[in-house]
Design a binder for this molecule. Structure first.
Ligand code: G6P
Ligand code: MG
Length: 220
């Protein structure tokens, strides 16, 4: 029986994914690296340092910089990202999400956040939806990032549920892989090619309807 929903944040509840990708793209350009759209998409869901490592690898620069230089690049990117976060308001909650959260609440479902972002609490406060969630996984407590299942398993445990009692939502290929490795039901939001392993797929958050998703979950 369905008891809870687990959400990624960036690209699922709000459009901050585009701020992340924009900030990474700018940093990559400064380093002389031109990222393709697919390479940029592949950064979705990855932790800050994993994202930087992948960009350097894509640019053939994986051995060029010291750890201290890499920390500096990551801090620079985060500063730019936070400038964008400061501009966020409840209007930045993606279409369909307020209805989905309200339907879940009305049904008594518990909800958790499984975001790799250390900025998640700040973003949730800016959006005014911090109080909607019963649990938020602290990414600093994780030993591995997505696609490892750890973050989704932890979210499910914080809610006190089993893998077959939750539905998890993701916009990233690495995130869908993490959900499936955690043996949970995965809702993918975005490209059908990128998110082909999802159990249920929608193109945008506006297409998320709890009753329909739940029907697919119950059939599994
Ligand atoms: C989310 C985003 C990623 C981001 C990661 C770390 O998973 O999808 O693009 O790199 O969080 O975010 P942070 O805010 O800690 O740099
Ligand atoms: Mg995401």
């Amino acid at each position: 029986m369905l008891k809870g929903l687990i959400f990624d944040l960036d690209g699922v509840l709000t459009n901050s994914a585009k701020f992340h990708l924009g900030a990474w793209n700018n940093l990559a350009k400064e380093l002389g690296i031109d990222l393709t759209a697919d390479q940029l998409d592949g950064l979705r869901g990855l932790s800050r340092m994993d994202s930087l490592e992948l960009i350097l690898k894509d640019g053939g620069q994986e051995t060029k910089y010291s750890e201290a230089e890499k920390e500096k690049f990551a801090a620079e990117k985060n500063e730019k990202f936070l400038e964008q976060v400061e501009t966020m308001t409840p209007d930045d909650i993606l279409p369909g999400i307020p209805e989905l959260l309200a339907d879940a609440k009305a049904q008594g479902l518990k909800m958790a956040i499984a975001s790799a972002s250390k900025n998640a609490p700040k973003i949730l406060n800016k959006l005014g939806i911090m109080g909607e969630f019963d649990a938020i996984v602290d990414p600093a407590s994780l030993s591995k990032g997505k696609p490892d299942p750890e973050i989704y398993v932890k979210a499910q445990e914080l809610l006190g549920f089993e893998a077959d009692e939750v539905i998890s939502f993701e916009d990233a290929a690495a995130g869908v892989a993490a959900i499936k490795a955690a043996k949970q039901f995965a809702v993918g939001i975005g490209s059908a090619t990128l998110l082909k392993d999802a159990d249920y797929l929608v193109a945008t958050t506006a297409d998320l309807k709890l009753a329909e998703i739940e029907a697919a979950f119950n059939k599994k």
